[in-house]
Design a protein around this ligand. Structure first.
Ligand SMILES: C[S@@+](CC[C@H](N)C(=O)[O-])C[C@H]1O[C@@H](n2cnc3c(N)ncnc32)[C@H](O)[C@@H]1O
Length: 276
């Protein structure tokens, strides 16, 4: 193996970076100054900008996730721009899109969708693509997150279909056929025990759900009924151990619990309600 490759692989390994070969290849390609894709086995130093590579490697060694370094994270059928102001969209959240597709079999329906806490805009954009006649409102309380969502929406020419607003769910007007949300739901204890990758590089506003993690659900369950049409649905992501608490919280919400769905680890992660 080329010396440059082995020295840098060792640096990543010594710093306990998982999947060092994959990360090294991504960083090399992100610093390349040639057209062709770089592969480790026939690497040549002339293919990259060494200064750029060294600075990216240093960031990775300090535990910054690859997605934040290259400003790109894949979700559902797309790659989204991400930065330190938005949570990286995660595979378990794709369950929201799957459930929406199951609920609304006719993808040509003209319906109104609200995405609460849109972050990068990944959910709103994926739904806009799956449901070509849906009108979507996407909201977030973070000004910086709104800028990221705006970039992702504009890059895809979806700004006529997705109405982006900096606001909190308490201020939402109008009634919707479908409301989706992946809110902040980590407890104080869970925040303390997070890996450095998440603790240092994901925005706290996207993660922290109050002392027991359930603050958002408590407030939301009292108010959301008025924003749903009769027969409309709510699809909500929850933390891996929050199903029973959320059932209790939503008991008096005026909504009917329909079903839950699990992530790949078989944890309950999505709850679906309807307004009768
Ligand atoms: C867990 S992140 C979800 C981001 C994105 N929807 C996703 O699934 O990848 C939660 C988002 O909710 C936003 N948020 C937190 N409290 C909110 C509130 N009361 N109203 C609207 N957005 C809120 C945060 O700024 C953050 O972007």
């Amino acid at each position: 193996m080329n010396d440059f490759i082995s020295v840098n692989l060792i640096k990543l390994k010594n710093n306990k970076i998982p999947n060092p070969e994959i990360d090294l290849r991504i960083l090399l390609n992100y610093s390349r100054c040639t057209k062709n894709e770089i592969i480790l086995s026939n690497f040549n130093k002339n293919q990259i900008n060494i200064k750029k590579f060294n600075s990216l490697l240093k960031r990775r060694i300090l535990n910054e996730p690859i997605s934040k370094i290259i400003n790109k994270k894949s979700f559902w059928k797309d790659n989204f721009y991400v930065n330190k102001f938005v949570l990286d969209p995660r595979p378990e959240t794709e369950g929201i899109i799957e459930e929406a597709i199951k609920l609304c079999k006719n993808n040509k329906t003209h319906f109104k969708i609200l995405d609460i806490g849109t972050g990068s805009g990944a959910i709103a954009i994926s739904l806009a693509r799956e449901f070509e006649n849906a009108a979507i409102v996407a909201i977030d309380i973070s000004e910086d997150a709104i800028k990221v969502a705006n970039k992702n929406i504009k890059d895809r020419n979806l700004d006529k279909r997705i109405n982006l607003k900096k606001t909190t769910f308490e201020n939402i007007q109008g009634d919707f056929d479908l409301i989706v949300s992946n809110p902040p739901y980590l407890s104080q204890k869970e925040i303390k025990n997070l890996s450095n990758e998440i603790k240092k590089f994901e925005p706290k506003i996207a993660l922290f759900g109050g002392k027991d993690g359930l603050d958002f659900y408590r407030e939301f369950s009292k108010k959301i009924d008025k924003n749903l049409k009769n027969g409309a649905h709510l699809i909500l992501e929850i933390g891996a151990s929050q199903f029973c608490d959320c059932m209790e919280i939503f008991r008096d919400s005026g909504l009917k619990f329909i079903k839950k769905s699990q992530d790949l680890q078989k944890k309950d992660r999505i709850m679906i309600f309807s307004k009768i």
